[in-house]
Each structure stands twice: as structure tokens, then as C-alpha cells.
Design a protein around this ligand. Structure first.
Ligand code: AMP
Length: 608
């Protein structure tokens, strides 16, 4: 007789005997009920300890996932998510009622779990024999339901669910239904599970940090549970990151001035652009690449272009890196606003979206390279590795950085970051202890963002004073124009932005023609610029431009020193409106004074 048939035989005659390798789902349901009736975390932990201790070791991962209403860790992307309508059918079938009766009761209770429990209680009195449900059977059935797809899958799901409900105790049915419809919600936090595992298998609560680190670098509570239960705490002590299991992200604290930041970081730090895109953790193993979001969802299929970039430009065979994925204009290299990246958050027509909203990667950390776990190395070492492993191109770069101990220098770098389409800076510790703190928000990373948000409402008329050569589709024409406002007091033109957006193909042909007669071999004497353009013009042609807002800028000369010493003003995300102001002379352009006024009124708007 096989093991399974022996088991069936025994359970036929001794329905409550399950052997050492099995666990009745009823034991789990009993604990769920107790957990539901308390709000105290310590009590919850005790109940979980009780459950984990009686769970066979090779089942502990499944029990942990089930307790959180799941079958697998989140990053696997497998959800049970059965539609309530189908679950109603299954309940009706198992209870020998029709769906309308179940629906009517559901309207009263608002919880299909409770309704199922009630109907099965009624049926119980008529049933003499049921096969006790094991955790294994419940898990396997839910797994089949989760994976069923294609034609016939609806009937299959209903049949599978009503099959276990027919054998379920009413209380079991309640929790099975809640699990299968995604409504278990016991409120058991990851950290509570870790505490309970530490007590049940790690020798006590003091073992929690070891379990926690293993969880933070694998994002897989079930795996951690299984290892500690089967092999003990020592097996978790040298737990390493591995390709394919996302590492829970390190997060930043926030401060509002360079002085405070430098003080907190020991007087000196590395300040990096805080790109405004989507965080991506890329896992590369040969040609295989997986991308995880900040919330550890697998987003590989949304970014085939990023996958390609990682495959080609991250040199080691296997690696885990973190990067900000940002929408860019490939012809000018300019960063685009965050909203444009949101067009990439789609499941269909991905090819079209890639064309229309291309992305670049700005890499800011490396956690693993060819068998070497780098998470416990200080940041200067990780950064050095980063510089070695990236084959830098326009589309894969290391986040722009500045190592500084000077608050003023940091402030300038901050302004430059904002003007270039970033959110601000992330300032990072360079000290000995600057490890990658997986899964926690700490003071090793400090973000510096603006505490105001402003908007540019009016378009401005600006004079073309220079141009930059284009690349890609714009090779042979201009990629961007250098634009200036007029300063009548000194009769000069002060630069306020580099504009590469809003031009149609026709504009791109027409502009070089219009500008040709005004080309000069060097910067015009009446143009004040810190930027070196590829081509310079006499200040003659005026174009209408609108931007997202006006910001401080260390690079542009418009209103230099008027608002803050060493800074001018710039238009962020400038875009040509399509209007050539051939009716205007350069001296009719928007004046520097007007731009300063616009900057001030923007701020006032926020303060008011
Ligand atoms: P926040 O979401 O405001 O807490 O800021 C942290 C986020 O900034 C990270 O999750 C990243 O997505 C993003 N980020 C952009 N650039 C960097 C960078 N150079 N270093 C770290 N994080 C960055």
C-alpha cells in the first residue's frame, strides 16, 4: 500500500488522525480565529508560535504564505484572486443550495466567508462522512485555482473550490473563501511572522535580526521560515542575496538644508541627482534579465528596452543593480517629466509606447556581482564597483554626483539638478558603516527636495542666441536651441533655457534655414552666457516658449544674483509652442525683469 493510500485508509476509519507529516487545516483556521479576535501584537505572535510549532517543517513555508493570504512571495506575481461570483457558485454547490440564496445572505453579511460558514453549518447536520482537510490539500487546490487559465478554467475553478468546501468544517470554509477571494486580511505584519519564527525556531526573539536580514535580502518569508525550521538559525547567518530574489529596497530620510545634511553625514558626502522616474532593481544572469519595481513587483515585461540596455551595458555575467528609469528625449538627451513615464505603465501596445516614450537608466547602486554579495560593503566600495561594471552610453549612466563638504556647492548642484528635470538630490554617507540597508529607511541616505511646487502659467517670447547639434533622428539639424531674455538696462541678452522640445519635423527643417543668415563664429558680444553652444547667432529671431516652472539655476545668466548670489533663473522643461514671433524684434522679447517677477509670483502663489 502506498503512503497516500495508507493515509486515506487510516483517515477513513480514524478521521482525526493525520500522522506527523500532515497538518489539519482546522488547526490553522483555529489560529486565524484567535488572531482575528485580538488587536495585541504580542498575543498574535503567541498564536503564531503555537501554530508554527505544530506545523511539519516541510509545510512551514506554505503555512506562512497562507497566513498572509498568499501562495507565494509577492514578487512571483501569482495571485489567487477568484472572482466573488465564482466563489458564490462553489459555495452553493458545496452547500446544496442555489446561488441566489447565497447572494441574498451575502447582502446581509457583506462577507462571503461568513455566509459560507453559515450554509455549511446547516448542511453539516445532514453529512455523515467527510475527509478531513489537510493544509497540503487546501494549498494545492488553491494553487490549481490560481494557475487555471484558458477555456474551461471557470468551471474548473468552481469545481476545485466546491470540492474542498464539501469536505470543509464550516470554520475552515470561512477562511478558505476569504483566502480565495483575496479577503483574508488577518493583519499579520511581516515583522510579526519573523518574531514568531524567531521564538519557535531561532531560540528566542533575540534571533529576529538574523531572520530579518535574510528576509530583507530575499523578500521571501516562506523561504526564511523553511530554512530556520529545517536547518536552524546558523544556516541563516550567512544568508546572501541571490539573483532572481528581489532585495527589499533601502530608503532615504529627508532634511531641508545642505548644512543639516552635511552635519548628519559627518561633514562630507556624495550628493547624487535624484532622478524623477521609476526605481528599478535589475537582476542579470547571463542573457536573462528580471526587473523589479520599488514594491518588488516583476515589471520585466513593461520595459523590454531597459532589459536590453541592462543586457548590453552591464558587463558582468551576473549582477544586481539599482537604477532610476527615466523618460528621455533621445534626440537631445533631455530628461522628460515623470508623467511621461506613466505612459509606460501599460500591459498592451508596449512596442508603440517604447517608441514614443523611450527611457534611460541612471544607475545608483550595485548589490551583487558574480557571486559577490556587496550589500554589506560601504558605499565608496560599491560605487567603485559600479564604475567598473557599467559600459556607459547615453542611455545607461551612473547617477550624476558630486563629492562635497561645502553647503554652497551642494546648493548649486541641487539647483542644477532641478533645472535638469530632477527632483533634487539624494545625499549619501561615505563612512565605513555605509552599507546597503535592505528594507529600511535610515540616515545613510538623505533626500533633499524642494518644499514648494510651482507652475508656469504664461508663455514667454525668447531670443535664439545659440544652438546645439542634434543626434539620432535630429542628426544634421539642431537638437536644442539656447534661448535668452532681454535685459534693457544693460542692453544684453541673458540665457534662460536650452529648449529641445515642441519642434515638429517641419520646424526642425525650417529653423536652420531661418537661422543661417544670423550665424556667427563666436558668442555675440551682447549675449551673456555660461554655456558653450555649438553654434552662435546674432540675437534676432524670437520664438514663443512655455515651461513647467521657473527655477533657480547656477548655469543660466538670466537675473544672475538677483534672487540668490551665484544663481540665475531658468525655465524647467521648456517647450516651443509652435509660434515664430517674426513680428517681434529681439528687443521686444520677454525681459529679465519679467522673468524675475514670474519667479516671485510663482512662489507667492504657493505661500499664499
Ligand atoms: P522617495 O521616493 O522620495 O523616498 O525618494 C527615494 C527614491 O528616489 C528612490 O526610491 C529612487 O526611486 C529615487 N532616486 C532617484 N535618484 C536616486 C539616487 N541617485 N539614489 C537613490 N535613489 C534615487
Amino acid at each position: 500500500m502506498s503512503w497516500q493510500s495508507t493515509f486515506t485508509f487510516i483517515s477513513l476509519y480514524f478521521p482525526n488522525y493525520l500522522g506527523d507529516r500532515e497538518l489539519r487545516y482546522l488547526s490553522v483556521a483555529d489560529v486565524y480565529e484567535k488572531i482575528e479576535n485580538t488587536t495585541k501584537r504580542l498575543e498574535m505572535t503567541d498564536y503564531l508560535v503555537e501554530l508554527f510549532k505544530k506545523t511539519p517543517k516541510d509545510l512551514i513555508d506554505k503555512v506562512v504564505y497562507l497566513t498572509q493570504g498568499k501562495l507565494y512571495p509577492d514578487f512571483m506575481g501569482i495571485e489567487i484572486g477568484m472572482a466573488e461570483k465564482l466563489a458564490i457558485k462553489a459555495v452553493a454547490r458545496a452547500a446544496g443550495r442555489n446561488a441566489r440564496e447565497i447572494e441574498a445572505d451575502l447582502r446581509r453579511t457583506g462577507d462571503l466567508g461568513e455566509t459560507a460558514q453559515k450554509f455549511l453549518e446547516k448542511k453539516l447536520q445532514l453529512t455523515f462522512f467527510r475527509q478531513p482537510l489537510t493544509v497540503e490539500r487546501v494549498y494545492q487546490t488553491l494553487d490549481k485555482i490560481a494557475r487555471a487559465s484558458g477555456s474551461g478554467s471557470i468551471d474548473q475553478k468552481v469545481a476545485l473550490l466546491s470540492g474542498i468546501l464539501s469536505d470543509a468544517e464550516p470554520k475552515e470554509a470561512k477562511y478558505i473563501i476569504r483566502t480565495v477571494t483575496g479577503k483574508l486580511r488577518l493583519g499579520v505584519a511581516d515583522m510579526t511572522v519573523l518574531d514568531a519564527l524567531a521564538i519557535a525556531y531561532g531560540g528566542g526573539k533575540d534571533a529576529r535580526p538574523i531572520l530579518e536580514r535574510a528576509y530583507n535580502v530575499s523578500s521571501d518569508l516562506g523561504l526564511v521560515a523553511r530554512i530556520v525550521a529545517e536547518k536552524g538559525l546558523d544556516a541563516l547567518k550567512d544568508f546572501r542575496v541571490s539573483v532572481g530574489k528581489p532585495v527589499r529596497p533601502m530608503l532615504a530620510e529627508r532634511l531641508s538644508s545642505p548644512q543639516e545634511i552635511l552635519e548628519k553625514l559627518g561633514g562630507r558626502c556624495i550628493a547624487e541627482y535624484k532622478y524623477d522616474g521609476e526605481r528599478i532593481q535589475a537582476h542579470k544572469n547571463g542573457d536573462e534579465v528580471l526587473l523589479f519595481s520599488r514594491r518588488l513587483e516583476n515589471i520585466t515585461s513593461q520595459f523590454p528596452d531597459a532589459v536590453e540596455l541592462i543586457r548590453e551595458h552591464i558587463k558582468p555575467r551576473s549582477a544586481i543593480i539599482e537604477a532610476e528609469c527615466v523618460s528621455v528625449d533621445l534626440d537631445t538627451g533631455e530628461l522628460r517629466p515623470f508623467q511621461e513615464l506613466m505612459h509606460r505603465r501599460r500591459k498592451y501596445d508596449i512596442r508603440e509606447a517604447i517608441e514614443e516614450y523611450p527611457v534611460s537608466l541612471f544607475v545608483f547602486d550595485v548589490l551583487y556581482v558574480d557571486g559577490r554579495d556587496l550589500t554589506l560593503e560601504p558605499y565608496p566600495i560599491r560605487h567603485k564597483v559600479l564604475e567598473e561594471i557599467i559600459d556607459v552610453t547615453d542611455r545607461v549612466q551612473i547617477a550624476k554626483y558630486l563629492i562635497t563638504d561645502d553647503p554652497e556647492e551642494m546648493e548649486k548642484f541641487f539647483e542644477e539638478a532641478i533645472e535638469n528635470g530632477c527632483e533634487g538630490l539624494v545625499c549619501k554617507s561615505l563612512n565605513e558603516d555605509s552599507i546597503y540597508q535592505a528594507g529600511s529607511r535610515g540616515w545613510l541616505w538623505i533626500k533633499y527636495k524642494r518644499d514648494y511646487k510651482s507652475e508656469m502659467t504664461d508663455a514667454v517670447d525668447l531670443t535664439v542666441v545659440g544652438a546645439f547639434h542634434g543626434r539620432g533622428k535630429r542628426a544634421g539639424t539642431y537638437g536644442a536651441l539656447l534661448l535668452a531674455a532681454y535685459n534693457p538696462d544693460e542692453d544684453i541678452f541673458e540665457t534662460v533655457c536650452k529648449c529641445g522640445s515642441g519642434f515638429t519635423d517641419e520646424d526642425l527643417k525650417r529653423i536652420p534655414e531661418i537661422m543661417e543668415p544670423h550665424k556667427i563664429p563666436h558668442r555675440h558680444a551682447r549675449v551673456k552666457s555660461k554655456m558653450e553652444a555649438d553654434v552662435w547667432f546674432e540675437p534676432v529671431v524670437v520664438l514663443e516658449v512655455i515651461g513647467a516652472e521657473i527655477t533657480l539655476s547656477p548655469i543660466h545668466t538670466c537675473g544672475m544674483d538677483k534672487i540668490r548670489k551665484g544663481s540665475g533663473l531658468a525655465i524647467r522643461f521648456p517647450r516651443f509652442t509652435g509660434r515664430y514671433r517674426l513680428d517681434k524684434s529681439a528687443e521686444d522679447s520677454t525681459t529679465v525683469k519679467e522673468i524675475i517677477e514670474m519667479y516671485r509670483s510663482q512662489l507667492k502663489k504657493v505661500e499664499g
